[in-house]
Design a protein around this ligand. Structure first.
Ligand SMILES: NC(=O)c1ccc[n+]([C@@H]2O[C@H](COP(=O)([O-])OP(=O)(O)OC[C@H]3O[C@@H](n4cnc5c(N)ncnc54)[C@H](OP(=O)(O)O)[C@@H]3O)[C@@H](O)[C@H]2O)c1
Length: 327
C-alpha cells in the first residue's frame, strides 16, 4: 500500500490507517476480543501500518486490545493514542493537567505493551490548562523517550499555532469527510503552512456515507449515534441527497460509496491519512480498495461543486459535546 508522511515529519504510515475505537466503544457493545485481534492481524497482512486508539475508549479495553494485537508487530507499525479525557461519574471530563498527562502516558505505555508511543494526541483541548504547558510536558516526554510524536484533536488554529511553537506537532486529528468539510476553511491551510499532517476521523461520516444507514435504522443504547442530531430519522432522510451523490460517483467509477468517500479524502492532500473504523474483514478490504481509485481534477471539482450545494441537516455532536471542539 502507498505510504504517506504526516506533514514534514518522518512519521511515514500506510495511506489509510485503521480506527480501532468501534471495536470496543462508541458503536454498541465491545466486539469479541479474539475476533478483533485477528481482524487487526488481517489489516497488517493487507499493508495497514497505522492504528488509532485512545485511553478513554472503553476506557482502557481498546488500548489493551490494540496492545495485545500489535505486540508481535511493534517494529512494523505506528500506534496512535490519546490522553486528556477521563470518565468521572459516567461522564467525560477534560483533564490535561501535567500530572494527569504523566499518569496517562504510563497507563497507555503499559496497556499498549510498548516502550514509546509513536503518536500521542491531546484528545480535546482542556480550557483550564494553557496549551504551552501541555506542550512543555510533551517535550519532556519526548526527551524521556516515552513518546515520539504528538498531535491535537479537534483543536482550533490558534491553539495549533501556539502548541507548534513550543513543540512541533506531527498531526492534527479532526473530523473530515464529504459530510463535514469545515476543516477546509482554516484548518487545512494552516496545517499546510506549518507542515503538519492531518488524520481525518469519521471519514465515512460515522457510516452514513456508505449508504447503509436509512431513516428506520436504530442505534442501540451504547451506540453514540443514538444521541447525535445528524442521526435522527428526519435528518438521515434529509441527508440522503448526499448519499445519492456519492452513489452516482460510485457507479461512474465502478466503486462502492465507501470507496468514493475515502478516495475523496485521500485526494485532498498528500499529507492526509484517514482512519476509517470497521469490525468486519469484508469492509476493511472494501475500504482499502479506495487507494486504487483516482478522482481526476474535473471529477473532484464536480463533486465539490455538488457538495457545496448540499446543506447537511443536524449537528455532528449533541450540545454537551459541541462546545469542546475547535478550541
Ligand atoms: N479524535 C476523536 O475525537 C475521534 C472521534 C471519533 C473517532 N475517532 C477515531 O476515528 C476512527 C474512525 O471514525 P469512526 O469509526 O467514528 O467513523 P467512520 O470510520 O466514518 O465510520 C465507522 C462506521 O462505519 C461502518 N463502516 C465502516 N466501513 C464500512 C463499509 N465499507 N460499509 C458500510 N459500513 C462501514 C462501521 O461499522 P462496522 O464496524 O460494523 O463495520 C462503523 O459503524 C475511530 O475508530 C477512532 O479511532 C476519533
Amino acid at each position: 500500500m502507498e505510504k504517506r508522511n504526516l506533514g514534514n515529519s518522518n512519521l511515514k504510515v500506510s495511506s489509510i490507517g485503521l480506527g480501532c475505537m468501534g471495536m470496543s466503544y462508541g458503536y454498541g457493545p465491545a466486539s469479541d476480543k479474539k475476533e478483533m485481534i485477528s481482524l487487526i492481524h488481517e489489516a497488517i497482512d493487507r499493508g495497514i501500518t497505522f492504528f488509532d486508539t485512545a485511553e478513554v475508549y472503553g476506557p482502557y479495553i481498546n488500548e489493551e486490545l490494540v496492545g495485545e494485537a500489535l505486540a508481535p508487530f511493534k517494529r512494523e507499525v505506528a500506534i496512535a493514542t490519546k490522553f486528556g479525557i477521563q470518565i468521572q461519574n459516567g461522564k467525560q471530563v477534560l483533564e490535561s493537567k501535567p500530572e494527569r498527562i504523566r499518569q496517562s502516558v504510563e497507563g497507555s505505555l503499559k496497556r499498549l505493551q510498548v516502550e514509546t508511543i509513536d503518536l500521542y494526541y491531546q484528545h480535546r483541548v482542556d480550557p483550564s490548562v494553557p496549551i504551552e504547558e501541555v506542550a512543555g510536558v510533551i517535550q519532556d516526554l519526548i526527551k524521556e523517550g516515552k513518546i515520539k510524536h504528538w498531535g491535537l484533536s479537534e483543536a482550533g488554529v490558534e491553539t495549533i499555532r501556539r502548541a507548534h511553537s513550543v513543540q512541533p506537532l506531527t498531526a492534527i486529528q479532526s473530523e473530515y469527510s464529504m459530510m463535514w468539510r469545515s476543516p477546509e476553511k482554516e484548518l487545512l491551510p494552516t496545517l499546510e503552512e506549518l507542515g503538519i499532517g492531518f488524520v481525518p476521523f469519521s471519514p465515512l461520516g460515522k457510516g452514513f456515507l456508505t449508504g447503509t444507514i436509512k431513516k428506520d435504522t436504530t442505534f442501540g443504547g451504547s451506540d453514540f449515534r443514538r444521541v447525535v442530531p445528524r442521526f435522527k430519522p428526519e435528518n438521515i432522510e434529509a441527508n440522503q441527497v448526499l448519499v445519492d451523490l456519492v452513489k452516482e460517483m460510485a457507479i461512474e467509477k465502478d466503486a462502492t460509496p465507501a470507496q468514493i468517500a475515502l478516495a475523496w479524502v485521500l485526494a485532498q492532500k498528500p499529507w492526509i491519512v484517514p482512519i476509517p473504523g470497521t469490525r468486519k474483514l469484508n469492509r476493511l478490504e472494501e475500504n482499502l480498495g479506495a487507494t486504487d481509485i483516482v478522482l481526476r481534477p474535473e471529477e473532484l471539482n464536480n463533486l465539490n461543486d455538488a457538495l457545496s450545494k448540499i446543506e447537511i441537516s443536524g449537528d455532528r455532536y449533541p450540545a454537551e459535546y459541541a462546545n469542546r471542539v475547535n478550541k
